[in-house]
Design a protein around this ligand. Structure first.
Ligand SMILES: Cc1cc2nc3c(=O)[nH]c(=O)nc-3n(C[C@H](O)[C@H](O)[C@H](O)COP(=O)(O)OP(=O)(O)OC[C@H]3O[C@@H](n4cnc5c(N)ncnc54)[C@H](O)[C@@H]3O)c2cc1C
Length: 386
């Protein structure tokens, strides 16, 4: 075992044990019918793994983000898919860091015990794309409520979540001093809004990810559900995004480990031309290279996690670790597929499913080009291109 996967050994062992009850057949059946992994998510909830980051005073385990990383890494390493529920772990961070005491007491204990699901995070819109400051969904104050109109796209797990953290505009962009001003965050209780201004439509994608498009048509949300100050919503979601990127980076590390372990095992056992294919350096070296890349990426992920846990600003580290880990996973996926020859394409090996799943992380939650641009501008001082 390498030093990059020896932290929290008890948690690793417990997660691996739980995941062994959800083998490839389980995920393949869900994939065929685009069904949500309800039993898997319930098992993780019952074991307390999804509430580890919630402080003890609100019913969680109060562990550092590094523990969350370990959990997601082991889920992916075992061949399962944490994408179905990873947001239950970190979306609450916006509420925890920016909510009032009253809001935290109202929601966090339910989220911690699993009776309340907060695993939807609504930012992306069809017309704004990555340029978040151009979102158009607008909330207008009306007495004790806000009335929300607009549209979101690719908002995952809304059909399996009670609550959603939603980013909207409360002041039009052209009336603000800075483009990032004038946005606000609401904690939307979707149980109250569904059919009353909120419409959810599933979007079929190349992976089983329960993603949806949302339409808001005069949807009423109590003003009491605003998180943080009006107009300061962009700041509120930024530190949550760092947590998201670090945790998703560790999912990528888990995916990479899955592919490398499968590839090296197959390379030892498959014999062609009278010897194991792994004896050929054309097969052995790409797997070794993928392993080295993964180890390097894991160091960056755990460095970002430690900075986050210390409270040190870590925007660049979170972004860089997500980028390098998603690329390590993708290279490992490609190598694993190639190592398996034709069998890699068959569903029963689970390689093609994981191959599709791990591709997402170069696009979401933030695409590679946007990370390169962040580093070029903020770390290297080069001019902004947009
Ligand atoms: C399965 C899935 C689940 C998702 N879940 C969620 C969710 O739960 N919540 C949520 O809010 N969003 C979610 N998303 C959305 C995701 O975060 C976005 O797709 C992603 O951020 C990219 O935005 P976009 O699709 O609008 O691409 P665009 O912004 O249209 O960009 C298209 C391409 O152009 C590149 N590009 C754009 N501008 C530049 C530039 N200036 N320089 C260089 N390259 C550029 C981008 O990097 C990208 O590769 C999800 C997406 C998917 C596919």
């Amino acid at each position: 075992m390498s030093s990059t996967n020896s932290n929290y050994p008890e948690i690793r062992e417990a997660v691996a044990k739980l995941c062994s009850n959800f083998p490839g057949e389980y995920w393949r059946a869900l994939d065929d019918t685009s069904t949500y992994p309800t039993e898997f998510v319930q098992a993780l909830t019952d074991a307390g793994f999804l509430s580890v980051l919630i402080p003890e005073e609100y019913g969680g385990a109060g562990l550092p983000i590094e523990a969350g990383c370990v959990i997601l890494e082991e889920i992916q390493r075992s061949g399962c898919n944490g994408g179905a529920c990873h947001a239950q772990m970190y979306t609450m961070g916006t509420l925890l860091r920016h909510g009032t005491e009253e809001q935290k007491k109202k929601y966090l204990p339910g989220i911690a015990e699993g009776s309340l699901r907060l695993q939807a995070f609504g930012v992306t819109e069809p017309t704004s794309g990555t340029d978040t400051t151009r979102i158009r969904t607008m909330a207008v104050r009306d007495g004790d409520d806000y009335i929300i109109n607009g549209q979101k796209v690719f908002i995952s797990r809304t059909e399996h979540s009670d609550l959603m953290v939603l980013l909207v505009r409360t002041t039009p962009r052209d009336e603000c001093k800075k483009p990032s001003d004038g946005m606000s965050v609401f904690l939307v209780d979707m149980r109250e809004c569904l059919g009353k201004g909120l419409t959810i439509n599933p979007i079929k994608t190349m992976i089983n990810h329960s993603t949806t498009e949302l339409f808001f048509d005069d949807m009423r949300v109590p003003a009491a559900n605003m998180l943080g100050a009006e107009g300061k919503g962009f700041k509120c979601i930024l530190d949550g995004m760092n947590a998201e990127r670090i945790l998703i980076a560790s999912e990528c590390i888990g995916d990479a480990r899955f592919f490398i372990e499968r590839a090296s095992a197959y390379a030892c056992e498959r014999e062609v031309f009278g010897r194991p294919i792994g004896q050929n350096q054309g097969i052995q070296f790409p797997i070794a290279r993928a392993y080295i890349e993964t180890e390097a990426a894991a160091l960056m992920v755990y460095n970002a996690a430690n900075l986050f846990d210390e409270g040190t600003p870590c925007g660049s580290e979170a972004n860089m670790s997500k980028m390098i880990a998603s690329e390590a996973a993708w290279h490992a996926a490609d190598t694993c597929l190639q190592t398996h020859g034709g069998f890699g394409y068959t569903q029963e090996y689970d390689i093609e499913r994981k191959f599709r799943e791990t591709r997402l992380y170069q696009t979401a939650p933030i695409s590679t080009n946007l990370i390169l641009s962040h580093v070029g501008i903020h770390e290297l001082g080069m001019p902004k291109s947009f």
